[in-house]
Design a binder for this molecule. Structure first.
Ligand SMILES: *[C@@H]1O[C@H](CO)[C@@H](O)[C@H](O)[C@H]1NC(C)=O
Ligand SMILES: *[C@@H]1O[C@H](CO)[C@@H](O)[C@H](O)[C@H]1NC(C)=O
Ligand SMILES: *[C@@H]1O[C@H](CO)[C@@H](O)[C@H](O)[C@H]1NC(C)=O
Ligand SMILES: *[C@@H]1O[C@H](CO)[C@@H](O)[C@H](O)[C@H]1NC(C)=O
Ligand SMILES: *[C@@H]1O[C@H](CO)[C@@H](O)[C@H](O)[C@H]1NC(C)=O
Length: 289
């Protein structure tokens, strides 16, 4: 509990700007601190409410939830990752805007179920809609991923097919394969023609964040350290990608290596995900896999 308050304050200290900053994934917020990572607008909104967060109770909340407290926020974040895995693309990204209401209950033997009404923003097209969602965190010896049910028709209205097809053709037919580092860089900058790959990295990361999330985590995408396009025989684009996730509760930066494919009809498919060792020394030695 005390630790949580410190964490929240530490995050606040690293966050500049007002909670009403332009809601754009690219409006990465970067301070001079070497460990600082860009935060998207959602965190600013969550951590703008530090007073209520600090009053959070230690036991798992049950019944009606305070929409701005951690339990509701953490479950709602899982819905964001789920929507990205299902509908995300280089031109379609979802961000949690606000929890409108939430309810949590124990489900005999199987886990804990959250029922949520949340406001979600499709960040690139800038549309907002309300989403009803259900998140079940399974209980049991072996850790299983949260199960999510959510629908967001309203947010799928903007047609991104043409842009996706253009990007796909550009990188499918190019003789040289894409390779990029540090999206965004330490100044929070991303070259315009690399933004679709930052978005693809976020969508691919959402598969990891969805799979790894529990009631006690709050994951955010921090950076695509590097992304490399691989040659393929089939009609998918294939990428090898090294990503940095920020777990807000523990304040850890977690490295993952992903292999994923993308094409407009098939969307993003993650073929492999592997968490990389934590320490800086390990990162310097070549990874043998
Ligand atoms: C997004 O849409 C809202 C409401 O329509 C508008 O107020 C806001 O300025 C838009 N943001 C951007 C970045 O275009
Ligand atoms: C979302 O729900 C809130 C609270 O119920 C409501 O005020 C708002 O108008 C809704 N937004 C949309 C786009 O339906
Ligand atoms: C092909 O790739 C090269 C190197 O990445 C890049 O400079 C060039 O603009 C690309 N061509 C097209 C049509 O995208
Ligand atoms: C998701 O995580 C579980 C362990 O929690 C792991 O067994 C499973 O392979 C993961 N899924 C993917 C697609 O990697
Ligand atoms: C990708 O970035 C990670 C983290 O900075 C680094 O350890 C790794 O060597 C990089 N890989 C490539 C192929 O550049």
């Amino acid at each position: 509990m005390n630790l949580r308050i410190i964490v929240v304050l530490a995050v606040l200290a690293g966050v500049t700007g007002s909670p009403t900053t332009r809601p754009e994934a690219e409006s990465a917020d970067v301070s001079a601190h070497p460990n600082s990572v860009p935060e998207t607008v959602e965190e600013k909104e969550i951590f703008g409410q530090q007073k209520v967060l600090a009053e959070e109770e230690a036991v798992m909340a049950t019944g009606e939830l305070n929409p701005s407290h951690y339990p509701a926020q953490r479950a709602a974040k899982v819905v964001q990752h789920y929507l990205n895995t299902r509908y995300g693309s280089p031109y379609r990204l979802f961000g949690l805007q606000r929890v409108l209401s939430g309810n949590a209950e124990d489900v005999a033997d199987s886990g804990r179920k959250y029922q949520l009404e949340i406001s979600v923003q499709e960040i690139i097209g800038n549309t907002t809609g309300n989403v009803s969602a259900e998140v079940l965190f399974p209980r049991g010896e072996q850790q299983r991923s949260a199960q999510v049910r959510a629908s967001c028709e309203e947010l799928l209205k903007i047609n991104t097919k043409a842009q996706e097809e253009t990007l796909y053709q550009q990188y499918k037919t190019n003789q040289s394969l894409l390779s990029a580092q540090n999206l965004p860089d330490s100044y929070g900058h991303i070259e315009p023609d690399m933004k679709p790959f930052w978005h693809l990295g976020i969508v691919a990361s959402s598969f990891v964040m969805l799979n790894e999330s529990t009631e006690n985590t709050l994951y955010n995408m921090a950076q695509v350290a590097n992304i490399t396009q691989l040659a393929t025989e089939n009609d998918q684009l294939k990428f090898d990608c090294h990503i940095l996730l920020h777990e807000m509760v523990s304040q850890e930066i977690i490295h993952w290596k992903l292999l994923f494919t993308w094409s407009p009809p098939e969307g993003v498919k993650v073929l492999q995900m592997e968490q990389l060792p934590h320490c800086h020394e390990c990162e310097k030695t070549p990874n043998t896999n």
